[in-house]
Design a protein around this ligand. Structure first.
Ligand SMILES: Cc1cc2nc3c(=O)[nH]c(=O)nc-3n(C[C@H](O)[C@H](O)[C@H](O)COP(=O)(O)O)c2cc1C
Length: 168
C-alpha cells in the first residue's frame, strides 16, 4: 500500500485504449470504500464515457482538457442535503479512486471544480445535475501514455512535534 501511495501521480496523457467495465466497477468500489462523516456516504458518481460529453467536460476550464482524451471521466458529486461534510467525504472517495487506478495500472488526475461556481455551473449544465448535488471534481482515467517516478514530498519543516514549532 505504501508503494501505491508513492506511485500515484497525476497522469494527464492516455493511450486511448479502453478502460474495461470491470475496471470501472473496481474503481467505483474503491471510491465507495472511503471513510465518511457519520458513515453518511454523501457521494455519487457520474461515469462519462461518451466522447461528446467528455469534450464538454474538457472545456470546463483551462486545466481540464485531458477529459477529452481519457477513456472515462468520473464526475464526483456530493449531496449537501445529506451531509455538511460532503467535501471531506467526496475528497476521501476521490483519493481512493486515484489510488485504485494506480494499483490497476491506470492513470488519472484530480481536476478541481469545487469551490469555483462557474466551473460547477458548466458541469451541472453539461450533465443535467440537479440542485443540491454538488460537483467536487472530475477524474479522467485512461491507460497511461506518460510515466512519472514514485515519490513522497516529505518535508520535515511541515511537521511539528508536541506543539507548533516543536522539534523532533
Ligand atoms: C483539489 C485539487 C485540484 C486539482 N486541480 C487540477 C486541475 O484542475 N488540473 C490538473 O491538471 N491537475 C489538478 N490537480 C492535480 C495537481 O496539480 C497535482 O496533484 C499536483 O501537481 C501534484 O502532482 P501529483 O498528483 O503527480 O503528485 C488538482 C489536485 C487537487 C488536490
Amino acid at each position: 500500500m505504501l508503494d501505491w501511495i508513492r506511485a500515484r501521480r497525476s497522469i494527464r496523457k492516455y493511450t486511448g485504449e479502453p478502460v474495461t467495465d470491470e475496471e470501472i466497477q473496481a474503481l467505483l468500489e474503491a471510491a465507495m470504500a472511503a471513510p465518511s462523516a457519520s458513515n453518511r456516504q454523501s457521494w455519487e458518481f457520474v461515469v462519462v464515457r461518451d466522447a461528446a460529453l467528455r469534450q464538454q467536460l474538457a472545456e470546463t476550464h483551462s486545466w481540464s482538457q485531458m477529459a477529452a482524451d481519457a477513456s472515462v471521466v468520473f464526475v464526483v458529486l456530493g449531496d449537501e442535503r445529506t451531509s455538511d461534510h460532503w467535501v471531506e467525504d467526496t475528497s476521501a472517495a476521490t483519493e481512493n479512486l486515484l489510488l485504485a487506478a494506480t494499483a490497476l495500472g491506470l492513470g488519472g488526475v484530480w481536476i478541481g471544480i469545487y469551490p469555483r461556481q462557474e466551473r460547477e455551473a458548466h458541469v451541472r449544465a453539461a450533465l443535467s445535475i440537479p440542485e443540491g448535488k454538488r460537483v467536487l471534481c472530475l477524474v479522467p482515467v485512461g491507460r497511461p501514455a506518460e510515466q512519472k517516478p514514485p515519490r513522497t514530498q516529505f518535508d520535515a519543516a511541515k511537521v511539528h512535534w508536541e506543539r507548533y514549532g516543536g522539534r523532533g
